[in-house]
Structure formats: C-alpha cells, structure tokens
Ligand binder design. Structure first.
Ligand code: ADE
Length: 250
C-alpha cells in the first residue's frame, strides 16, 4: 500500500514511521509512506497556505489551491485519483472496521487539516472520507493520520509476523482480550492463575473466553451487542449474570 500524507508539518510524521513494525513494513516493500508538504504547492511568493475567513471571525482557513495542487500532483504520479481521507474532529469516528476497509486499498491520500479548518470546497469536491480519532481536538491532523496509518498498516498481510494475532485481538472478535501472563510464575507474591500452568488446552481456552466476556461486561458492555457469541458464550454470560444477581451488594 502507498499512503501519501499531505501536511504542513512533515517533520511531525517522520518519527512514527521510522521505527519498529512500520519501519520494517516499508523496508520489506509492503508499505510506502510519502510525506507531501502542502506549502510546496502554495501559489504565492510568501508560500502561505491559509487566509482569513470570508464573513469574518477568528482564526485562519486553509485555502483550496495548495491542497488541490498537492492532490493533483499525487494523482498525476499515480495515474489515478485514490481515496482522499481528511483528518478532522468532524469526521466519522475511527473504528477497527474502518481500518480493515482502508487496509484493502492499494493507495490512500490523507489530508492533515490545520488552523480553524479548511475551505469547504475541498470537502465538497476532493475529499471522499472524513475521519475523527475521537471526541477531542488536537492541534492538527498529523497525529490522527499517524494513528490511522498505524492501525491500517498492521492489517496489511505480511506486516505482522503472525496472522493469528490479528484475528484473536480485541475489536476484531468484538470482545476485549483476556489477561496475559509470562515468567516469573510468582512476582512479588502475585501468582499466575493456576489453570494457565496446567497444560490443559481446553480448560485454558474456556478460562480465556470467560475472562474476555467478563472484561467486556465490566469495561465495555455495549460491545457485547455487536459481538458474535456462541452458545457456549451465552451460557457463560448467563452464569456470570446469575453470579452477579446472587451477590449481596448492600
Ligand atoms: N484534527 C484535530 N483533532 C482531530 C481529531 N480528534 N481527529 C481527527 N483529526 C483531528
């Protein structure tokens, strides 16, 4: 996959892509990140990219020319116009399902917004998707773009070593993950649950499933409505409910 990220601050984005798994993915040719400086497409001699809003008001607005110029430059290079994603707090909330869909694209253009906003004509005619990474406002779209690229890139086949680790994890299964333990068996008086040391695979599987279900009820009960639950899961949930009903909380 090739991702062209249009930004006013490319230096904010070089860090997240130059270590660990995303670095290796680029070295192995599975991912190409191309940072495009929007300022390079400014049409005026001072290289400005923003202006005061028509109608007045505080703040500056990113104008259409440099962003159109940058997108057209990338699409000329590619020979076609790929999906154009705008990072904005007004976008649809980012989820694992959106990451899965984006990971099937061969190319993406991501625009990092700044200042008070961008000229609406960019949204109307260029942008195909608007994504928010949460209900809070950041200084710009660079960190959100890094979040989206990270979540998408790790779903590209071959980027993570083991395919199974993606399939089992939270939000893919619809449940939160069970707790993990490693050596030592006892740490400062804290013991690893006995069942995990038993070598009894079926018991371990059941224990983990129960832990996943309990964790999800406790922390994110709304996820259960969308999760795919087996007959066994429903039985465990009924047991947990009966257990809670039997508790004296007074
Ligand atoms: N730009 C500023 N805040 C943002 C957010 N929460 N999500 C996406 N883009 C943003």
């Amino acid at each position: 996959m090739r991702v062209d990220i249009l930004t006013l601050f490319p230096e904010m984005l070089s860090g997240p892509f130059s270590s660990s798994i995303l670095k290796r993915a680029q070295e192995r040719g599975l991912l190409e990140i191309n940072l495009v400086n929007i300022r390079d497409f400014s049409l005026n001699k001072h290289h400005t990219v923003d202006d005061t809003p028509y109608g007045g008001g505080a703040g500056m607005v990113m104008g259409p020319e440099p962003i159109f110029g940058a997108v057209e430059h990338v699409s000329r290079e590619l020979g076609f116009l790929p999906m154009v994603v705008l990072m904005t707090p007004q976008g649809r909330p980012f989820t694992q399902a959106i990451a899965e869909n984006l990971s099937r694209e061969k190319n993406l253009i991501i625009i990092c917004g700044h200042y008070e906003g961008i000229d609406e004509r960019i949204r109307d005619t260029l942008v195909t998707d608007e994504i928010s990474i949460g209900d809070y406002v950041l200084t710009g779209g660079e960190l959100p773009a890094a979040v989206v690229v990270d979540a998408v890139a790790r779903l590209i086949p071959g980027v993570l070593g083991e395919a199974a680790s993606v399939e089992e994890e939270s939000f893919t299964t619809g449940l939160l993950e069970y707790p993990h333990y490693t050596r030592p068996r006892e740490f400062r008086g804290l013991e690893v649950p006995e069942v995990l040391l038993s070598g009894h695979h079926e018991e371990i599987r059941k224990w983990r499933r129960r832990q996943s279900l309990m964790r999800t009820i406790e922390r994110r009960p709304e996820l259960l409505h969308r999760a795919e639950l087996s007959r066994e899961d429903k039985k465990i949930l009924t047991e947990i409910r009966d257990l809670l009903n039997g508790l004296d909380l007074s």
